[in-house]
Design a protein around this ligand. Structure first.
Ligand SMILES: *[C@@H]1O[C@H](CO)[C@@H](O)[C@H](O)[C@H]1NC(C)=O
Ligand SMILES: *[C@@H]1O[C@H](CO)[C@@H](O)[C@H](O)[C@H]1NC(C)=O
Length: 209
């Protein structure tokens, strides 16, 4: 994972423009300080029924950390949405995030995931997500209006292939949707502290064995 991210940095690192949101727009809803926010979206093509998922991780200041997109084959809208969340959670775990707020504009997905019976839901994806949530970190799931989830929607609608693609900076085509630009220094500081944090965590786990 780290290797992929680092090589992408070299390819994609470039300065970004800061775009102000227009008045009256529904804004992205920032999490509390110290939380990382993941916006996810799953879309299904009306033409062929193929789904693709996308997501964006941001700091509480709105700085871009990582984006991803992926194809999920023929599927239904709810399934596609759940795939987006599961893929995002797996990435978050790989990156050692400890407090994660997940925002999706699919009310059914969030309602089912929030339910106290989620661990025995009939849907296997709901169960898989719930299992992952209970693995020693803090996650919160929140429904948000579609207009506040534009970036994740755009990520899911990027031209699809089956590989999971990572974006350490926003794709150029999405820059107009971004409210605050990433500062390279902030990104690297953050990234390095996350890697340290993860190492520390792994060490702790070794001690517990
Ligand atoms: C889900 O739970 C979170 C708290 O963990 C809450 O903020 C949110 O409003 C809930 N959303 C729905 C749709 O139930
Ligand atoms: C992700 O987006 C990139 C850039 O548009 C595209 O080349 C790639 O095929 C997409 N991948 C998926 C899985 O959608």
């Amino acid at each position: 994972m780290a290797t992929i991210v680092f090589s992408m940095v070299i390819v994609h690192l470039r300065s970004l423009h800061i775009t102000k949101a227009l008045p009256g727009q529904v804004h992205w809803q920032r999490p509390d300080e110290g939380w990382i926010c993941l916006n996810t979206d799953g879309v299904v093509s009306k033409l062929n029924g193929f789904g693709s998922v996308g997501g964006v991780f941001r700091t509480h200041d709105g700085d871009w950390i990582l984006g991803f997109n992926k194809s999920v084959g023929i599927t239904q809208p709810l399934q596609s949405e759940l795939w987006a969340i599961l893929t995002g959670l797996q990435l978050a775990r790989d990156n050692g995030y400890e407090r994660l707020m997940v925002q999706s504009d699919n009310l059914e997905a969030i309602t089912r995931l929030n339910a106290s019976t989620a661990d025995s839901d009939v849907n296997a994806l709901v169960r898989a997500i719930t299992r992952l949530r209970s693995a020693g970190w803090v996650t919160m799931f929140r429904w948000i209006p579609r207009e506040a989830n534009k970036l994740a929607d755009a990520m899911a609608k990027l031209e699809a292939s089956y590989d999971l693609s990572f974006f350490v900076v926003p794709p150029a085509s999405l820059q107009s949707l971004i409210m605050s630009g990433i500062s390279t220094l902030v990104y690297w500081t953050f990234r390095i502290s996350l890697i340290r944090e993860k190492k520390r965590h792994l060490k702790c786990m070794d001690h517990l064995k």
